[in-house]
Design a protein around this ligand. Structure first.
Ligand SMILES: *Cc1c(COP(=O)(O)O)cnc(C)c1O
Length: 392
């Protein structure tokens, strides 16, 4: 195919990244510590307006260490978003704790405060809540935090997709007891791979760094009182991060513009709605997504994705909810109607499972559109024309 490939969301480098890397090479700081790591932590904390940060090898590692900091242990109940990427909840399982999945609400696609209340009816004393801001749209943070505070449950805010998004003027990732970010290859800024754990409590970030560097006790010899991890960010990777952070605001502006273009282009197709943006916030629009109303069109997300693929355009299904994942078939799932029967895939239903949940509905009727900030106006036209052809 000779048409240019259009990506979902690919890295956008600017040049400063290489300067920071060059400095690291010139000073021989090619190690999982060094001036870029320290500076990147400080610059990230300042950017989002939080006290402290610990630079780690991935967002998943950051969630894992956040759970360690909250002392989540084998058998503990942890409430978590169902409609999200598996990395939100997998670290709960690393610790042999038990994820209990909570449905989404329609207004932000994120953890539903009303469903959360239902989960407390069965489990009044969960060890923690881990929830995500899907596709960069801030959740109903005030409502979630109020319920958590009422029950004294600590909160981990998975802002992996929402770096740069704000809610009531404050950056996502700074509301929970602990926040986490990801710099994976397709996130709004990337270091090729990496993550950050943030907190207003310096004890947290210090301890996270200690866990991430093999839990060495302050002794002359190697002594360990706890099991450690090799989760630290390298000084090279942190150099990329420092360069990228200089362009976060610009990336957000471009992402928001992509969302606006789709919204305008599809305004005259009643069957299409775009993913919601919380009116109490300012989303980074990391990925633009669309929903198809099955009452208004027979076109399915698969048909749109196939059409885009045949034009050499990358798209992606909505995250498949965790309550529909075979690996979590034994876990409880709560909607606003209370606990739901296990609906993980059974034979003959296409592996999708079926349930009446909001998350399941969004999964079945939605898709992620290309949201690459390097898209040209011609690229956007090609994408939009291809989608529109599916609705004539
Ligand atoms: C990307 C992502 C993560 C994991 O981050 P990594 O850096 O890839 O480990 C966690 N949660 C969500 C919602 C994500 O999208």
């Amino acid at each position: 195919m000779d048409t240019k490939r259009i990506y979902l969301s690919s890295p956008a480098m600017h040049g400063e990244e290489q300067q920071f890397i060059k400095e690291a090479f010139d000073t021989n700081w090619v190690a999982p510590l060094g001036p870029n790591v320290t500076a990147f932590e400080k610059e990230m904390a300042e950017y989002v307006g939080i006290g402290h940060a610990s630079a780690l090898s991935s967002g998943t590692a950051a969630i894992h260490l956040a759970l360690k900091l909250l002392n989540v242990k084998q058998g503990d109940i942890v409430f978590t978003s169902s409609l999200t990427f598996a990395a939100t909840c997998n670290p709960i399982t690393y610790e042999k704790a038990v994820p209990v999945f909570i449905d989404s609400e329609r207004n932000t696609w994120n953890l539903d405060p009303e469903a959360l209340k239902k989960a407390y009816e069965k489990y009044p004393d969960p060890k923690a809540i881990v929830y995500a801001h899907l596709y960069g749209t801030p959740a109903k943070i005030d409502e979630i935090m109020a319920i958590a505070a009422e029950h004294g449950t600590p909160v981990i805010e998975d802002a992996a997709e929402a770096l740069g998004s704000t809610y009531k003027g404050r950056y996502c990732g700074t509301f929970g007891n602990i926040g986490i970010y990801s710099f994976n290859g397709n996130k709004i800024i990337t270091t090729s791979g990496g993550g950050m754990l943030v907190s207003n409590n310096e004890e947290d970030t210090k301890k996270a760094t200690w866990y991430a560097t093999q839990t060495r006790d302050p002794a002359r010899y190697y002594q360990h009182t706890e099991i450690g991890y090799n989760y630290r960010m390298s000084n090279i990777v942190a150099g990329i991060g420092r360069g990228q952070l200089l362009h976060l605001a610009e990336h957000k502006k471009l992402k928001k513009d992509i969302y606006r273009q789709y919204k305008e282009a599809f305004a005259d197709i009643p069957a299409i709605t775009m993913n919601p943006l919380n009116p109490d916030g300012d989303a980074n629009c990391w990925l633009s997504c669309m929903l198809i109303d099955p009452k208004l069109s027979d076109t399915t997300p698969d048909m749109v994705m196939d059409a885009l693929d045949s034009e050499n355009i990358e798209s992606r299904p909505i995250w498949k909810p965790m309550n529909l994942q075979p690996v979590y078939a034994e876990n409880d799932f709560f909607t606003i109607d209370g606990i739901q029967p296990n609906t993980a895939p059974v034979k003959g239903d296409n592996g999708e499972g079926w349930d009446g949940s909001v998350g399941g509905d969004i999964f079945r009727h939605g898709l992620c559109l290309p949201s690459d900030i390097k898209n040209t106006p011609e690229d956007m036209e090609r994408i939009i024309a291809t989608v529109k052809r599916c609705f004539v």
